[in-house]
Design a protein. Structure first.
Length: 450
């Protein structure tokens, strides 16, 4: 079979692979209605808040917060169509205050003629304070409905005055199942490749979905490249093989599903390799996840958990290293943050071990669940009113800083648990010093030493 290049296929006479190929597949497959929209069931499912708002036609100004490629722009366009509003698309990269004011003036005129204007601002976090403030009076008057899209936390990136007038909706990355469904539709829909015969295993569609990492645009762009570089047979059908897909991805299609069993198998392998002080194995499992498209922030969060669960006070620096790695991943992203994670993984693998904090909390949790009604001892209650004083709140309390030892001889546990010990430190690393300090403190509090 002859293999066609991207340009060869773009010049074919097929309406799908010819003239339509000049419009990216992601744009051709953009949903036009809520029924076609994939994902965000927590907002758009039956009875969910955003669907109810749309069904009642009570559209407020909104901020869509979520990662790239999850359908923020598409959802804004669908809402505009649903409300029969005039749709204006701003880009924070190219639009200045002058452009904003011109559109706002037009919106005021439209309003006078009974036409509402919906303004969509992509990457609204890139607008400076003056640009964001330019929208404020028109949002307040109801001249426009503002929908902003951002990949950054709006609490930090959107002016408080504007944010207070907008409802924030968090859009989640699409699942592998969502993306696979969308890719199947692109192969069968006439807006996509439905006018052509495409031979492609479903496993390859799943590989694209995993590679895309929740991003619909990436998934569709990858599918388009794979099809346009597939092999064309004499009957005009196109076959996409694993080798074609790997060429488009620039790497082998690794077996990994961020929502499936292998996801948990690999993070378990990383955790247990670090626990066993095996940095070589730990770095290997780290690389397996990162190269397969795992979110580095997910891995960093697991390292933070590991630092407290498996190391704790045996090396307090471990938690600082893990948190620093998370911050580095947030600042750098992939691939630059791979070494930040490697540094943390090796450090945690070689640090002294203690699960005393983990055991302390688990034991305390069991008692807490059984003793939910146990009252707080009177001596450690705050007497903030005279009535509380009359009820002996705070009676018997000793301010530890007023004592020479900086420790008061009193119990802070409920009476039924006064002899319970939860934190049982080991003698690993620095925790040995904490153990000695704790034993001296306990002995003094119990009056066993002068």
């Amino acid at each position: 079979m002859e293999q066609l290049s991207f340009l060869d296929m773009a010049n074919e006479s097929s309406p799908t692979l010819g003239t339509a190929a000049f419009t990216p597949l992601a744009d051709r497959m953009r949903p036009q209605t809520l029924e076609d929209y994939i994902g965000q069931e927590h907002l758009l499912g039956k009875g969910k808040i955003l669907r109810q708002i749309l069904e009642k036609d009570m559209i407020p100004s909104m901020i869509f917060w979520g990662p790239p490629g999850v359908g923020k722009t598409t959802l804004a366009r669908i809402i505009a169509g649903h409300t029969k509003s005039s749709f204006v698309n701003f880009s924070a990269v190219t639009s200045g205050i002058k452009e904003i004011k011109e559109i706002m003036k037009q919106a005021e005129e439209n309003r006078a003629y009974g036409t509402h204007t919906l303004c969509f601002v992509d990457e609204i976090h890139r607008f400076n304070k003056a640009q964001q403030d330019a929208f404020l009076p028109y949002v307040e008057k109801g001249s426009i409905t503002l929908i902003g899209a951002t990949t950054e936390n709006p609490s930090f990136e959107i002016n408080a005055a504007l944010l207070s007038r907008c409802k924030v909706f968090v859009l989640k990355e699409l699942t592998t199942a969502d993306l696979t469904t969308m890719l199947k539709s692109a192969l069968s829909d006439k807006r996509g490749f439905g006018n052509s015969t495409i031979h492609m295993d479903e496993a390859l569609l799943s590989s694209i979905a995993v590679f895309a990492g929740g991003d619909a645009r990436t998934a569709l762009n990858t599918l388009e490249m794979a099809v346009l570089n597939g092999e064309i047979s004499s009957d005009g059908s196109i076959t996409v093989t694993k080798e074609h897909l790997e060429q488009c991805l620039g790497k082998k299609t690794l077996l990994y599903d961020k929502n499936g069993e292998e996801h948990y198998n690999l993070i378990s392998a990383l955790h247990k390799s670090m626990r066993n002080s095996d940095p070589d194995a730990a770095v290997y499992w780290l690389a397996r996840m990162l190269e397969a498209g795992e979110d580095p922030l997910f891995i960093a969060r697991r390292l933070i958990r590991f630092a407290s669960e498996d190391i704790g006070l045996a090396d307090s620096q471990a938690l600082q290293i893990a948190v620093a790695a998370y911050q580095a991943c947030h600042f750098n992203g992939m691939p630059e943050c791979n070494l930040n994670l490697t540094q943390a993984v090796v450090y945690l693998s070689l640090a002294p071990r203690s699960n005393a904090l983990y055991r302390a909390y688990e034991m305390a949790k069991l008692d807490a669940k059984e003793q939910l009604a146990d009252p707080v001892p009177l001596n450690i209650r705050n007497a903030v009113t005279s009535l509380m004083e009359d009820l002996h709140y705070g009676e018997g309390y000793t301010y530890a800083h007023d004592t020479q030892e900086k420790i008061a001889r009193m119990t802070c546990l409920p009476e039924s648990l006064k002899d319970r010990r939860y934190y049982l430190p080991t003698e690993e690393g620095v925790e040995k010093e904490w153990k000695e300090r704790l034993e001296r403190s306990r002995a003094f509090r119990l009056g066993e030493t002068e």
